[in-house]
Design a protein around this ligand. Structure first.
Ligand code: SAH
Length: 221
């Protein structure tokens, strides 16, 4: 498949996700139109890049299905200039979408616990010219990243038994945190909104199935 075919498929997928009502934020839509998902999918599966399925990226991990990425990115409502934190870098695709939205005035910090995946994500992000907008950190993301806090937005792309306390603490007033919470196999997507006084409100969205978040405030291996 050549570049043109991928671009055509990307456009069709984005239109479908909008029609299905899962890609409901304009910034998220533009980002999904812009970022080539095929670059974040391992070689032998590139032809599957625009099918709405999660795909294996090695080390037992997956790049989430486009519809799930669409829902999460839409709820996150990231805007130009934002500083955002992602837990679970994986392939780097979600970071790339956020980097496309925040632009040169914003920044994305993304944490991955598996060093090999962090390295792969760095290479992927370099390929699309987003290295300067994204910092990839190898550590336990359930602790967040205090040094760079607070964040306008926080997104967790692995399943957590609960909302890790440090993440709520590291969220700015008027900030939004999106996280799948539940058991190891099935979760509910939670949207945590902090108001200007620092009070939080939690909304429950769709059911989902993510790989586990492993760490101090997550699951044990
Ligand atoms: N957002 C990714 C997909 C994430 S898959 C993408 O766009 O491709 C979930 C990732 O979370 C896996 O790579 C897994 O290794 C990582 N992970 C699990 N627990 C973690 C933790 N405590 N800190 C950081 N990363 C973690």
């Amino acid at each position: 498949m050549d570049m043109e075919d991928f671009e055509k498929q990307r456009k069709i997928l984005v239109e479908t996700l909008v029609a299905e009502g899962v890609l409901f934020d304009e910034y998220a839509r533009k980002a999904m139109l812009k970022v080539p998902r095929e670059l974040f999918v391992p070689g032998h599966q590139k032809h599957l890049a625009y099918i709405d399925e999660p795909l294996p990226i090695g080390y037992g991990q997956t790049i989430s299905a486009p519809s799930m990425v669409a829902i999460m990115t839409s709820h996150l409502k990231t805007r130009p200039g934002h500083k955002a934190l992602e837990i679970g870098t994986g392939s780097g695709y979600q970071s790339a979408l956020l980097a496309a939205i925040v632009g040169d005035e914003g920044h994305i910090y993304t944490i991955e616990r598996i060093p090999e995946l962090a390295e792969m994500a760095k290479e992927n992000l370099e390929k699309i010219g987003y290295s300067s907008r994204v910092t990839v950190i190898v550590s336990d993301g359930t602790l967040g990243c205090k040094e760079k806090a607070p964040y306008d937005r926080i997104i967790v792309t692995a399943a957590s038994p609960d909302i890790p306390k440090p993440l709520v603490e590291q969220l700015k007033p008027n900030g939004i945190l999106v996280i799948p919470v539940g058991d190891r196999y099935l979760q509910r997507l939670l949207i945590v909104e902090k108001d200007e006084k620092g009070r939080t409100r939690i909304r429950k969205d769709t059911w989902c199935a993510f790989v586990p978040l492993i760490g101090k405030y997550g699951w044990t291996l």
